[in-house]
Design a protein around this ligand. Sequence first.
Ligand SMILES: Cc1cc2nc3c(=O)[nH]c(=O)nc-3n(C[C@H](O)[C@H](O)[C@H](O)COP(=O)(O)OP(=O)(O)OC[C@H]3O[C@@H](n4cnc5c(N)ncnc54)[C@H](O)[C@@H]3O)c2cc1C
Length: 357
Amino acid sequence: MHIDYIIIGQGISGTWLSYYLQKNGKSFIVIDNNYSNSPSRIAAGIINPVTGRRHVEVWLAEEIISFTNEAYTQLGKELSITAISQKNIIDFFPSPQMRISFFQRIEEKAKYVSDYLEQDHFNNFFNYEFGCGEIKPVYTVHLDTVLPTWRKHLVAKNLLLEEEFEIDNLKIGKEKIQYKNITSDKIIFCDGTACAENPYFNVLPFAPNKGEVLLVEIPDLPPDKIYKKGMMLAPLSTPGLWWIGSNYAWEFDKPDPTPAFKEKTEALLKEWLKVPFKIIDHLAGIRPATLERRPFVGLHPLHPAIGILNGMGTKGCSLAPYFAKQLTDHLINKKEIHPEANVNRFQKILTRKSQVK
Ligand SMILES: Cc1cc2nc3c(=O)[nH]c(=O)nc-3n(C[C@H](O)[C@H](O)[C@H](O)COP(=O)(O)OP(=O)(O)OC[C@H]3O[C@@H](n4cnc5c(N)ncnc54)[C@H](O)[C@@H]3O)c2cc1C
């Protein structure tokens, strides 16, 4: 069998790359091992235009968020699902200092932050002695619907191999690659943190980052917003089911959930919520983050049959569709990839002698 592309991974990156390649009439197969704790399978799907304590605008916010919103809306139409919803964040200030800092940002005319006029509106649900503000527009990607529905679509078209990809079986030529009984023009790695072990890309500055989350039943909470107080509390597609997280651990021994996170988060919920809740699950995943917080997109400078769409860090839901489209346009029409994302910026280390196979 000869095809145009082999894609490794059906997280949010592999999903979008396969979507755009299909739109362009290319032949491909996706190989994915269905690892249940991959970050795409446990993320909340939040697309937040600001970041950090100072609510600073995220990289390329305006352009990427409007692109992304349209892309998921279109995908949803094609798959007959709701793929994305606007759910603004109600930011409950955890301290008087945080309240002052938020209002300073409003005075500075920072985008996306605003006063929430009905300060008593959430009194039946939350304790919040220092008031709240609003971050908008914020979107939630319904990953728990999008990923399985796209997978079903791939399976129905015979485009998915549910198995472990083994790099030892990969043979790379100048123009062509071979994997078991498949030959293809190119192979593109969308395999998240696994790529840090890939002999072609392991010199890239990956900085894997572990995050934990609790899934909680809170039947009485209105699901039209995301709520924040130190952590994010976001509604999932199943009515009454909520996602609360996360933390960011740069150093960790094991990928497993920790009792410390559960205790801390349960204590927060007890102090914050006025309505009953029940913890259903506790998960942990490892984000494919990078040292300079920019993704890795493009073809290997020495092996142009090998590509990468990775390094989405904490923002895979917004970055993946945007850069999957750029990569597709690059592969098909040789269009430029954003220089801060193009993996070519690491040409020197990727072409070092030790990297040559
Ligand atoms: C707790 C937590 C919360 C998060 N919340 C958000 C959020 O709200 N918004 C947001 O935008 N981002 C969020 N993120 C980050 C987001 O999850 C990632 O940026 C994104 O999922 C990365 O997607 P990916 O497809 O590149 O990688 P992955 O999700 O890791 O997907 C890689 C895929 O490749 C498969 N794979 C790997 N190796 C192999 C192999 N050898 N053979 C076969 N298959 C293989 C895996 O099973 C997986 O399906 C969060 C992450 C965590 C951990």
